[in-house]
Ligand binder design. Structure first.
Ligand code: SF4
Length: 307
């Protein structure tokens, strides 16, 4: 049995389905994994026929054919999934079953987390008052790999710095960068806004936020929100540092975590009076536009190359 680790808020996640303002069944291409495809192909009756009619089998990998307004064909007008209503959650394909959970695999353990692009997950992550801790969901007996262990130890240290509430969030981010031997390039938020405007975008509202960020003077949110940004910093470090085991970009990934928090903070600062809903919504948008696009993450990592 492989050990499973997750942030302590992980088990509390519940999808809010019909109440969700940015339902993940709208606007995203949903690929169907091979096992589920076999199940859908063998399913008899009306639902089986409907499934087969609404999957593009010629695509690689096959995926659901979205409607004109980019809705999943099984999302009904109450924003509930007909497939779940009729066949239960066990009938979902892997992506739908997992979302918004993500997994990072190590030789001796699996790390799970909740993605910020889901507003219910964002509310759990950002609204948490206590310091986030990693918990063991399942124990295992595999032996850790030395290089992986070194990265996890560095990440633990950086997350402890991020959670040092005796310091301001700015001081914590500066110490996180210094401890990792990383730095952000000399650039203003207006420069970053311009950079982000050139990347691939999904929602036109994102462009509007970036244009505002490009033009306006930054007013950083009040220190009362430092805990919310601490949770975001820990989220980005936890989720994105393991990628360095593949690409070796430890400093770039730490800088990416800090820059992501700074962009979200700067966008929140443009609101007249910051509310938790603003931080959740801006984080959701940042995550959907940047974090969930491999191309955009790579572009940022390239821009953050450490000398
Ligand atoms: S984005 Fe999150 S809360 Fe909304 S429908 Fe998807 S999983 Fe549920």
């Amino acid at each position: 049995m492989m050990k499973h680790i997750a942030p302590d808020y992980y088990p509390q996640f519940r999808c809010i389905a019909g109440e969700c303002r940015h339902n993940c069944c709208i606007g995203w291409e949903i690929d169907v994994d091979e096992d589920t495809l076999r199940y859908y192909q063998s399913l008899e009756g009306e639902m089986g026929e409907r499934l087969r009619k609404n999957i593009d089998f010629s695509a690689d990998p096959p995926h659901f054919i979205l409607s004109e307004n980019e809705r999943c064909p099984f999302l009904n007008d109450r924003n509930l999934c007909d497939l779940i209503l009729e066949k239960g959650e066990g009938a979902l394909c892997q992506i739908c079953d997992d979302h918004p959970r993500f997994y990072n695999d190590f030789s001796d353990h699996v790390e799970a987390g909740l993605g910020l692009c889901c507003e219910a997950a964002g509310r759990l992550i950002i609204g948490k008052k206590e310091k986030m801790q990693l918990i063991c969901l399942e124990d295992g007996e595999e032996v850790p790999d030395a290089q992986e262990q070194a990265l996890c130890d560095l990440r633990d240290t950086l997350m402890n710095i991020a959670q040092d509430r005796a310091l301001s969030i700015d001081a914590r981010m500066a110490q996180v960068l210094a401890h990792a031997g990383a730095a952000l390039p000399q650039a203003t938020m207006a420069d970053w806004a311009q950079f982000l405007m050139q990347l691939e975008q999904m929602d036109p509202a994102w462009q509007g936020h970036l244009q505002q960020l490009h033009k306006q003077e930054i007013v950083w949110p009040d220190a009362a929100w430092d805990t919310a940004f601490e949770q975001l910093l820990c989220y980005f470090l936890y989720r994105h540092m393991p990628g360095a085991l593949q690409d070796g970009c430890v400093g770039e990934r730490v800088a990416f975590a800090v820059l992501s928090v700074q962009v979200i903070r700067a966008l929140c600062g443009m609101r007249e009076k910051v509310q938790i809903d603003d931080i959740v919504e801006i984080s959701r948008m940042y995550s959907s536009e940047i974090e969930y696009s491999d191309e955009n993450v790579d572009a940022l990592l390239d821009a953050l190359i450490q000398e």
